[in-house]
Ligand binder design. Structure first.
Ligand code: CS2
Length: 506
């Protein structure tokens, strides 16, 4: 039996299929026979979000008797999740937390785990296995390697590497393209690619980026376009878009100890989440799919309205709360949201963004924002503002900049939206000063630090940041957005967010 050595004298049993049978009755455990489950889904990016969301839906399907959809989890970077879960037979605890309540459930849908940098061939083998009919992804915005402006970042070292070494890829693009090529050569139908990241039109976006990558690969291998893999990916592979939603704060050591006490055995990596869970998927799965709709998933023909509403209202507000919260000294979302100035700001932000959402799509924005307000007030989650603050340059385009540009087109002034951009810049500038140096991170940290080091006037700083991040690239409203952002950043540079709020008369 696997175990954890906690001190020279005590050995605590580890969560596993065997120990799960003896857990307290209040904890739900998988009731299915895992030896009958075959791997049907390969998931890239097996982090906490996937384990709180998709893996739980698949666990429901397996509990209902499906056997063809076990998950092979792949980490594209670190071995941490594999190291934590493999000794537990892939099992882990999902803690569903609301103010004053916690429900525990053990999830068993992840059958095995692979670490791409350790063994890229094993990942390619899993992706090429004819039983793998769906590949899902939660690799975060930055792993799509988009250049400023949206196309593939062809100069990125990992893209350059993967084009030169197609059999030893590092990126999702490299793995997907090589395995689709091998499947085609072996006469195995392509898997369906289901993107689950917070990008607009995420399936279509990945489809475009992958086709671009495959075109470069074909050109390098000197393959004629009709024989190349790019045409196959462009025309024969399905990329349904999906909207995913569940708030998943990072697990802390306190969480680990509490869960171990509840279970009576050690779980090296339990996942914390909220009761709310939503998944809306475009129903385009030529090789079949689990009966997700029986477990609360909404299958639709066009995910766009749901996606826009979620990105602009939930994620947009999250980023606002994160940066304004950090500048105002709030460590968690619920504490920041309880600050009357931030709460009023978020209401005003929603009022600005809502008119940019698709009309006649049946969206009920009033109940959506009321529910968001409840979710943001969940005191049991302790969702850190610094966690959401990560990767702002990758997140703000779809959460904030897109709606701000549409406000301008419609003739309204996106004052609150541009204040979020200014707050992101101010929070980045504050690191190493009023905020700890590595409080949060961004792929642009190195050029941003160089830029801030030049001590430029506010307007020039804003323009350089827009250039670096590609915000509103080529858009007629870019100048106006920069002006509004500059006015807010002037205020924020002078003091606390209160000064900037005052301009907005909050
Ligand atoms: C958050 C999201 O960290 C972030 O950027 O806004 O992870 C958010 O919690 C999820 O999208 C909720 O579904």
């Amino acid at each position: 039996m696997s175990s954890v050595q906690t001190s020279p004298t005590t050995t605590i049993k580890r969560l596993s299929w065997k120990t799960a049978r003896a857990l307290p009755a209040s904890i739900a455990t998988p009731s299915y026979d895992r030896s009958r489950v075959v791997p049907g889904i390969v998931h890239l990016g097996v982090g906490a979000f996937h384990r709180a969301h998709q893996a739980a839906y698949v666990d429901d399907c397996l509990a209902a008797g499906e056997t063809g959809w076990g998950i092979t989890g792949v980490s594209l970077r670190s071995a941490d999740t594999r190291d934590a879960l493999t000794p537990q037979d892939g099992l882990y605890t999902l803690a569903i937390r609301s103010s004053g309540q916690e429900k525990l459930r053990v999830i068993g849908s992840i059958g095995s785990m692979l670490v791409a940098p350790e063994d890229p061939s094993a990942v390619l083998a899993a992706l090429t296995d004819p039983r793998s009919r769906i590949v899902t992804l939660t690799i975060t915005e930055k792993a799509y390697l988009r250049a400023a402006g949206g196309g593939l970042d062809v100069a990125h070292p990992d893209i350059v590497h993967d084009l030169a070494n197609p059999e030893l890829p590092k990126t999702a693009h490299g793995f997907l393209t090589e395995s689709l090529a091998r499947r085609r050569a072996a006469g195995v139908p392509p898997f369906t690619v289901l993107c689950c990241d917070n990008l607009p039109a995420n399936g279509a976006t990945l489809h475009r980026l992958l086709t671009e990558f495959a075109e470069l690969r074909d050109a390098r291998l000197d393959v004629k376009s009709d024989a190349g893999i790019a045409g196959h990916i462009a025309h024969q592979v399905a990329f349904p878009s999906s909207m995913v939603d569940r708030i998943v704060p990072a697990t802390t050591d306190t969480d680990r100890s509490r869960i171990a006490e509840e279970l009576g055995v050690e779980d090296a990596w339990p996942v914390m989440t909220e009761p709310f869970c939503q998944w809306v998927i475009e129903d385009n799965f030529p090789q079949g799919r689990p009966a997700w709709e029986q477990f609360g998933v909404t299958m639709v023909s066009d995910v766009r309205p749901f996606e826009d509403m979620k990105l602009r209202l939930l994620n947009g507000a999250h980023s606002a709360i994160a940066y304004l919260g950090l500048l105002g000294g709030h460590v968690t979302v619920d504490r920041a949201f309880a600050d009357p100035a931030i709460r009023a700001f978020v209401d005003a932000l929603w009022a600005e963004a809502i008119p940019t959402l698709p009309r006649n799509a049946g969206l009920d924005t009033a109940s959506y924002t009321a529910e968001l307000a409840e979710r943001f007030s969940n005191t049991a989650l302790a969702h850190r503002t610094a966690q959401i603050a990560n990767d702002g340059s990758q997140k703000l385009p779809q959460r904030i900049v897109a709606s701000a540009l549409e406000c301008l087109e419609a003739g309204t002034r996106p004052e609150h939206l541009t204040l979020v951009i200014a707050a992101w810049i101010a929070a980045c500038e504050a690191r190493g000063k009023t905020l700890p140096e590595s409080h949060f991170a961004d792929p642009l940290d190195v050029p941003l630090a160089a830029l801030f080091g030049r001590g430029l006037p506010t307007g020039e700083t804003v323009e350089s940041v827009f250039d670096l991040a590609g915000f509103a690239k080529g858009e007629p409203g870019r100048g106006k957005l920069m002006d509004l952002t500059t006015a807010h950043l002037e205020q924020l540079r002078r003091g606390r967010p209160a000064a900037a709020f005052a301009t907005l008369r909050i």
